[in-house]
Design a protein around this ligand. Structure first.
Ligand SMILES: *Cc1c(COP(=O)(O)O)cnc(C)c1O
Length: 424
């Protein structure tokens, strides 16, 4: 073996040779080092590309799942100048203000609550409510609602973290108000509140009974309902055609509060269609107790999230679903989707128009599908589409790649066309 061949190349020279990947130099150095350590310097560019693929970038969601958990749930518009905001500044008085007042009013008005606050996500909302209102005390939860929602949100574990104690009520399939009453009066129990949890992404069928909020409200302790998806009003005043046919049985914040819940908690990035955040809405005195808890400081959202959520809530109050991407996509007509699919197929000179089915996503409304239209290409082309810039995420069914146009912003149809053309 010649000495030259055995000598590893200089890390720096190898890093410079892969500068075209667009990564900053220190990351090219990482890739070069790893390739040399693995004994194959020729792999440096490949490693650099893998590093680049792990960076956060905008993608085109053609999966048909509108609020896709792996793709950031609800799509939201983010486009702003680098300006300061009155995050904690009162423009009236010129004094220090609260980041919660403005958004709290918008949400409270939209759901018919006395007040509302916003935290980082719904898991944080449930944790804060339990820590603030039930620390060191008992919380009654139906055995049928002691669930895991996905992504590690498990009711018994959240309760444990909050410092509250779980008291199981009823059975897995049937829990009556009498079961709650028994837990409330049992000697040794110190029930601070009843927690009702919407099982979201799973369903028990058959011999099933749950206790409605109306009956829980008569027990004499606060009722907290984790409704999950953030549907704000079962009457859908923001949709001109009223409730969509594909959505049924999803609890709504306004109706849950009207039925007697003292607080509701929900995600902002599921059916609400906003950025990642969690909402606590309901009785002003309970909200104030939550807002004063030391955990609030750790769970509060930042100004970008609050600004985005302001936009979402103002759209709801203006009854304008066209400003909420989730609802714009969910209610796009089949005719409009068919026209777009035809145009894409013609422009790309590739693929064919197909009927398909979209999903609302984010673990809400299990089993619900929305009729849709997309573009199909034979074979599994998902990897090539992912490598397009920007990446296009599609799904495969029976060895056919399907790009569902319901979850694609019409402004991105040109991206789909270019990605299809690049398949050759
Ligand atoms: C989704 C969901 C959660 C978790 O919400 P995140 O915003 O993801 O933290 C909690 N409870 C219910 C009922 C849910 O559906």
């Amino acid at each position: 073996m010649s000495e030259i061949a055995a000598r590893p190349p200089s890390v720096d020279a190898l890093a410079r040779s892969i500068a075209s990947t667009g990564l900053p130099h220190p990351l090219c150095v990482d890739a070069a080092r790893q390739a040399i350590a693995e004994g194959d310097p020729s792999r440096a560019a490949e490693i650099a590309n893998a590093i680049a693929a792990a960076l956060l970038v905008p993608v085109v969601n053609a999966t048909g799942v509108i609020a896709h958990t792996n793709l950031g749930r609800s799509p939201v518009k983010v486009d702003r100048a680098p300006r300061a905001q009155n995050l904690e500044f009162d423009l009236e008085s010129g004094q220090r203000g609260s980041r919660q007042i403005g958004i709290g009013r918008l949400i409270a008005r939209a759901v018919g609550a006395e007040d509302a606050i916003v935290v980082n996500n719904n898991a944080a909302a449930v944790l804060l409510v339990l820590a603030a209102l039930a620390d060191g005390r008992d919380v009654a939860v139906s055995r049928g609602e002691s669930v895991e929602i996905g992504g590690g949100f498990r009711i018994p574990e959240v309760l444990e973290q909050s410092g509250a104690r779980l008291v199981d009520v009823g059975t897995t399939n049937r829990t009556r108000v009498a079961d709650y009453r028994k837990a409330l009066t049992k000697r040794g129990n110190d029930i601070a509140l009843v927690l009702k949890v919407h099982p979201s992404n799973y369903r028990v069928e058959g011999f099933v009974e749950t206790t409605p909020v109306e009956q829980l409200a008569e027990l004499g302790v606060p009722v907290v309902a984790d409704i999950g998806s953030g549907l704000i009003d079962a009457n859908f005043p923001w949709l001109t055609d009223g409730p969509p046919a594909w959505l049924s049985g999803e609890p709504a914040a306004r109706q849950t509060l009207a039925a007697g819940a003292d607080l509701v908690t929900f995600s902002a990035d599921k059916l609400l269609g906003g950025p990642q955040a969690g909402v606590i809405a309901g009785r002003a005195d309970l909200i104030a107790t939550c807002a004063r808890h030391p955990l609030m400081r750790a769970l509060r959202p930042g100004g970008l999230v609050l600004e985005s959520l302001h936009g979402t809530m103002l759209a709801y109050l203006s009854r304008d679903a066209s400003r909420i991407p989730f609802w714009r996509m969910a209610t796009a007509s089949l005719d409009s989707l068919r026209t777009r699919a035809n145009d894409v197929v013609t422009a790309a000179n590739c693929g064919r128009v197909v009927e398909c089915a979209s999903l609302p996503g984010a673990g809400s409304t299990p089993g619900a599908t929305i009729a849709s239209v997309g573009v199909a290409i034979d074979g599994d082309r998902t990897e090539r589409l992912r490598r397009h810039s920007p990446p296009v995420i599609a799904r495969v069914h029976d060895d056919v790649t399907i790009l569902d146009l319901r979850t694609v912003d019409p402004a991105d149809d040109i991206v789909i066309v270019n990605a299809l053309r690049s398949l050759g």
